[in-house]
Design a protein around this ligand. Structure first.
Ligand code: C2E
Ligand code: CA
Ligand code: CA
Ligand code: CA
Length: 275
């Protein structure tokens, strides 16, 4: 019982480490963003019927010189907190569009947008400028937003997404099923694609109820005329279940490929999409 004080000292020591670690990460992140320390990887979205790559999602990577890879789930929230996210988003959009314009065929590129981005830079201007610079059609770009982001910034999000959709940019609702899943804004906003979160896929090969749930969510998306994507397909057994028992049209996940550096994704597209 007498160890309360010791425990609280340990607790405070841990908080100190966390605090100093975060301060260091923040300083180093600012440096990385300003001096080209981030890279992009790309993960394919595969059409389940043709097995061709239809799009690739751009995913940011930070390889810290001493700490190694820092996960985006760590540095993206830090960047949001620091007001650095719009700078990152602007760079992601420019880099992703430039890569996409070099891919064979009509493969699209998908970019993630944070809630903070709606109030940051003029995204419309950034996107139009990047598309024009690379001569890429707006229909080759997909913007991924989460439910949380569109709810937090509903009016601004609606205005921007509607304007982008009018230009022909595809708008995807990301991580569907993990947020509020309020169906009312599904058709109040100009979504063209529904990405079902990977938690709905994880158990489908072993659990009949999970499979039914995924099938029902996919049907909901199709009834709303959305392209439906299943995220996190890791095994052939999961792929078979999706193919045979759901109306999902596209899959993304480790089964087809992990996120790859730009060079490797171009090679993978060339191989999978060869006639
Ligand atoms: P997300 O947008 O849902 O991206 C998909 C995440 O799932 C990626 O994690 C990807 O590597 C992972 N994933 C793909 N297939 C599988 C699979 O079969 N199994 C499992 N277990 N995971 C799979 P990642 O790259 O670590 O990114 C995590 C999150 O960080 C992203 O989730 C996104 O919300 C955010 N993020 C990444 N890059 C950016 C960016 O450039 N901008 C913004 N705003 N957010 C980003
Ligand atoms: Ca995403
Ligand atoms: Ca997702
Ligand atoms: Ca996610």
């Amino acid at each position: 019982k007498g160890d309360g004080k010791a425990r609280s000292q340990i607790f405070h020591a841990q908080m100190d480490i966390d605090y100093h670690y975060r301060q260091r990460l923040k300083a180093d992140l600012r440096e990385a963003v300003q001096h080209g320390g981030l890279t992009l990887t790309f993960q394919p979205l595969v059409d389940i019927a043709t097995r061709k790559v239809v799009a690739c999602e751009a995913l940011a990577r930070w390889d810290h010189p001493e700490l190694g890879l820092v996960a985006p789930s760590t540095f993206i929230p830090l960047a949001e907190e620091m007001g650095l996210i719009s700078q990152i988003t602007e760079w992601v959009i420019g880099t992703a569009i430039a890569q996409c314009s070099a891919w064979p065929g009509a493969v699209s590129v998908a970019v993630n947008i944070s809630a903070r981005d709606f109030r940051g830079v003029d995204l419309m201007a950034v996107i139009e400028e990047a598309l024009a610079r690379c001569g890429l059609a707006p229909s080759r770009l997909e913007i991924e937003v989460t439910e949380t982001a569109v709810i937090e910034e509903h009016d601004i999000a609606k205005r921007l997404l509607t304007a982008l959709a009018a230009k022909g940019v595809a708008i995807a609702l990301d991580d569907f099923g993990t947020g509020y899943s309020s169906l009312s804004y599904l058709h109040a906003l100009p979504f063209t694609k529904l990405k079902i979160d990977r938690s709905f896929v994880a158990d489908i090969a072993s659990d009949e109820k999970s499979l039914q749930l995924l099938a029902n969510v996919a049907r909901l998306g199709r009834d709303l005329d959305l392209i439906v994507v299943a995220e996190g397909v890791e095994t052939e057994a999961q792929l078979d279940m999706v193919l045979e028992h759901t109306k999902v049209q596209q899959v993304q996940g480790y089964f087809f490929s992990r996120p790859l550096p730009a060079r490797d994704i171009a090679e993978l597209i060339g191989r999978l999409n060869a006639p």
